[in-house]
Design a protein around this ligand. Structure first.
Ligand code: FE
Length: 205
């Protein structure tokens, strides 16, 4: 479940969890949903929907220029072509890393995240420290918290997601991967590289 707001009051995670549990019990009681269906959905987001889906999309963009254009123009539609999408994947926007620009994502308000391509968000993504600091001092946060140094000559852009708009990053294809297949390329794409807080893996020598 994602964030809920009433006017300016932000609900606590405990309160949301309690409400979700209550709603789930009610739906099961009324026969709208079964325990199995709920378990099935939780299981899917824990085990099936994960960064391997985003990695597949990135590898496709690295090898198919036409697909890349589509991905940057309408990420949700482009992902749907590959059978990737669904809950928390509506209105995705992909931002492209280049030689001059490095991108990273955050949700400063809460924890909006492109679940459909990255799975469940890591705990640090939801932590107030990351959310507050990544916008103020991104270079420092990346270097200190993630051991990821971005050269001073590269501009860092931070993209603030919301439940209406979920950003994620198309990292640069690593050098020395010219002969690699799409499937092999996908294995180089890390979750952190699609958040913008870590590199992709290097090609095996
Ligand atoms: Fe959020």
């Amino acid at each position: 479940m994602d964030e809920q707001r009433t006017d300016t009051k932000l609900r606590s995670h405990e309160e949301i969890a309690a409400r979700v549990k209550a709603l789930e019990s009610l739906m099961i009681e009324k026969g709208v949903m079964t325990t199995e269906a709920v378990d099935r959905m939780a299981d899917a987001y824990e085990n099936e929907v994960g960064p391997q889906l985003g990695a597949k999309v990135v590898a496709k963009a690295w090898t198919d220029p036409e697909f890349k254009v589509k991905l940057l123009a309408d990420a949700t539609a482009a992902c749907a072509e590959l059978g990737v999408g669904g809950l928390q994947g509506e209105h995705m926007v992909v931002v492209e890393d280049t030689d001059d620009v490095h991108n990273a994502i955050v949700c400063t308000l809460c924890s909006c995240y492109p679940w459909a391509v990255l799975g469940l968000p890591p705990n640090w993504y939801k932590a107030p420290a990351y959310r507050a600091r990544i916008t103020r001092e991104p270079r420092k946060v990346l270097a200190e918290d993630f051991n990821y140094s971005i050269a001073d000559t590269i501009e860092i852009r931070i993209w603030d997601s919301s439940s209406e708009l979920r950003y994620w990053v198309l990292p640069q294809r690593p050098t020395g991967t010219e002969g690699m297949s799409e499937d092999d390329l996908a294995t180089l794409v890390t979750r952190d590289s699609m958040i913008g807080v870590g590199p992709v893996m290097e090609a095996a020598k």
